[in-house]
Ligand binder design. Structure first.
Ligand code: ZN
Ligand code: ZN
Length: 340
């Protein structure tokens, strides 16, 4: 199976948290958390269309300005999600600058900000040309646990307790369509933009007995066309594999309510990214600061049955002790998996 996205932590585990998730073959990316973004290039940042901010403690939100700086003046819609109170935090950042020249910009840059509450999700639009003033209408939808749904994947979220509400996040791929090259050859087809249309037809669950027209351009600009039944074409050229699930859990306490929500979100993940801010020997501090210990992170990973997990957000007090954090979590992981 070739995964269609490749998540990577932006920084080493003693620095600001954040997960960058670029999609293969597409100039698109998702971002979980907006901490220090200096390890991402402008090219990386330009791919980002959706950002999910777990909460607005500084180590998770200071990168907002850097992203804004790169996107300013471009034709772009940025969708950014956060916990209750998020509008005022975004507005606070936006109001820190002078916008008297933006009305003359040729391109239209828009930020859709979504605030996630247990009771519903609220969205507000901020337009660069209007100096990012908050004049748009507030739209409201019920919150079913899903923040974003596309044909290929969806984003699931839960509000966790970090003494402030903090989003736990999962990216779930519906299924993955691989194109079989031999099949293309057998049918005498060449790749082209129709491949994406074909994949979308499958992702959108279009009827398999519908017609699907393949149009491609050959040498000397000759346009060729062939009509298929979608299901027949899929049998010849598509290999469908189950999608993967990536979960991101940070800045949360290990109360029973939180654990239940985290386990539900992380269950069966291909890859769990989970904070291990403290070690078990400092559990009291972890509890006081509403963070997980490495042992708790490993136990959660084991109980959730994840294939693999990566730890991050280590407290600076453990500088040079990263391996100890790792082995504490690993031991708990193996123990929990054996019991499960
Ligand atoms: Zn925090
Ligand atoms: Zn933090």
């Amino acid at each position: 199976m070739r995964p269609s996205f490749h998540p990577r932590l932006i920084n080493e585990p003693f620095s600001d948290p954040g997960l960058f998730i670029p999609f293969l073959f597409e100039k698109k990316a998702l971002l979980f958390d907006l901490g220090d973004l200096r390890n991402l290039t402008s090219r990386d940042l330009l791919k980002i269309n959706h950002v999910f901010v777990t909460h607005t403690h500084m180590d998770h939100f200071i990168g907002f300005d850097m992203l804004l700086r790169v996107l300013l003046g471009r034709e772009k819609v940025l969708n950014i999600y956060g916990p209750p109170g998020f509008f005022s935090h975004v507005e606070g950042r936006l109001s820190g600058y002078t916008w008297n020249l933006v009305s003359e910009y040729e391109n239209d840059f828009i930020i859709n900000v979504t605030e996630v509450h247990e009771t519903g999700i609220l969205t507000r639009t901020y337009r660069c040309r209007d100096g990012f003033t908050n004049e748009g209408e507030l739209s409201q939808k019920p919150f079913s646990g899903i923040l974003l749904k596309t044909p290929a994947y969806y984003i699931e979220a839960a509000l966790l307790d970090h003494r402030v509400p903090c989003l736990g996040l999962a990216l779930v791929e519906n299924f993955y369509v691989n194109i079989v090259k031999e099949g293309l050859k057998r049918l005498g087809l060449e790749i082209g933009p129709w491949i994406n249309e074909f994949k979308n037809a499958l992702y959108y669950n279009r009827e398999l007995n519908e017609r699907f027209t393949v149009i491609w351009r050959e040498k000397k600009n000759i346009i060729r066309e062939k009509v298929f039944i979608l299901g027949d074409l899929a049998r010849e050229i598509a290999l469908i594999s189950p999608g993967q699930k990536i979960t991101y859990i940070t800045d949360t306490t290990s109360s029973p309510e939180n654990r239940e929500k985290i386990l539900k979100l992380a269950e069966g993940s291909e890859h769990l990214f989970i904070e291990a801010a403290f070690m078990e020997c400092d559990r009291e501090t972890a509890e006081r600061k509403y963070h997980l210990t490495a042992r708790e992170a490993g136990m959660i990973a084991g109980e959730a049955g994840v294939k693999r997990f990566t730890l991050f957000h280590f407290s600076p007090r453990y500088t040079h002790r990263a391996e100890e954090i790792q082995s504490e979590a690993q031991e708990a992981f193996l123990h929990a998996r054996k019991k499960a």
